[in-house]
Ligand binder design. Structure first.
Ligand code: PHE
Ligand code: CO
Length: 296
């Protein structure tokens, strides 16, 4: 949705100071509910064996698949009981300080609108399918749920440091595009991948991208792609590892020594990296999405 048009949409006419709105569940059309069902079916065909168990468990615990766009009120009954989190509706991407404050209070802001039929494969703005299908299932996992809250508190604290890009990079490479190495093999936990049919296989199977073990400072120094498949995926061993490393590190001194710009490009591989796979980068070199390149 075009942020300038928010107020023109009758469904979102009352936006509060914290950007939350009523989901307007009753106003969804049949076609919109169907769009959810199509996307849901697509993902369920490809995600088994690619998505981590914690995500698949969360998906079934919340019953997200049964008929159309879920009603947030219903999700919240179960979610609150499991980890104390809730989903709140917002009309668009919210400003950073508002976003951090929601997370710090165990509220996940989710777009209430759904993509158009011509955007089934790709949408740049996070819609209700990305936000709810991609992000909410893992909020049923106690360790991941705590990580998300800690991230929100960290974001609030970071505001005096002018290093938001580095913190955004941490979110990007974990919450949105993270992989987890499990005894059964490499699996996805990042929401940006879980809500995309094509990136799901690409992230796990393609020879193009790098797969590198998670290293907090290295990752916060790394740029990322916002409009195409990632050139590098960072891999954690467990949610406990992710929680421990980020929560136990005082980001103050880290912000002080980080440069204002990213030091590493999205394709960089460093001497010091623990590399699972050094990618060929053939997808990006051939021009990627803009050139209609088939992922390999
Ligand atoms: N430890 C971080 C700080 O000192 C906070 C944080 C925790 C950030 C978890 C991100 C994720 O600011
Ligand atoms: Co997202």
């Amino acid at each position: 949705m075009d942020p300038n048009n928010i107020l023109a949409d009758p469904r979102t006419s009352e936006v509060s100071d914290d950007f939350t709105i009523d989901q307007g569940w009753k106003s969804y059309t049949e076609e919109e509910h169907e769009t959810w069902d199509i996307l849901y079916r697509h993902q369920l065909e490809c995600l088994p064996g690619l998505a981590c168990d914690q995500f698949m468990d969360g998906l079934s615990a919340l019953n997200l698949g049964t008929g159309g766009i879920p009603d947030f009120k219903k999700i919240n009954v179960k979610l609150k009981e499991l980890t104390g989190w809730e989903v709140v509706a917002v009309p668009c991407l919210v400003p950073d300080d508002i976003f951090f404050e929601h997370l710090a209070n165990r509220r996940f802001p989710a777009g209430n609108f759904i993509r158009k039929r011509e955007q089934l494969e790709y949408i740049q703005e996070p819609d209700v399918f990305h936000d709810v299908f991609g992000h909410v299932p893992l909020l049923t996992n106690p360790v991941f749920a705590d990580y998300m809250q800690a991230y929100g508190k960290g974001g609030m604290r970071s505001q005096g440091y002018d290093r938001l890009k580095a913190l955004a990079s941490l979110y990007w490479y974990t919450v949105e595009f993270g992989l987890i190495n499990t005894p059964k093999g490499m699996r996805i936990f990042g929401a940006g991948i879980l809500s995309s049919r094509t990136e799901a296989t690409f992230s796990i199977n393609a020879r193009s991208p790098n797969r590198i073990h998670f290293d907090l400072e290295r990752l916060m120094r790394s740029d990322y792609k916002i409009d195409d498949f990632q050139a590098t995926y960072f891999v954690i061993s467990s949610f406990e590892e992710l929680f421990r490393v980020t929560v136990e590190t005082d980001f103050g001194p880290l912000y002080e020594r980080l440069n204002p710009c990213f030091d590493f490009t999205p394709t960089s591989v460093l001497e010091s990296d623990r590399v699972y796979q050094r990618g060929t980068q053939e997808y990006g070199r051939a021009g990627g999405r803009k050139r209609g390149i088939r992922p390999v």
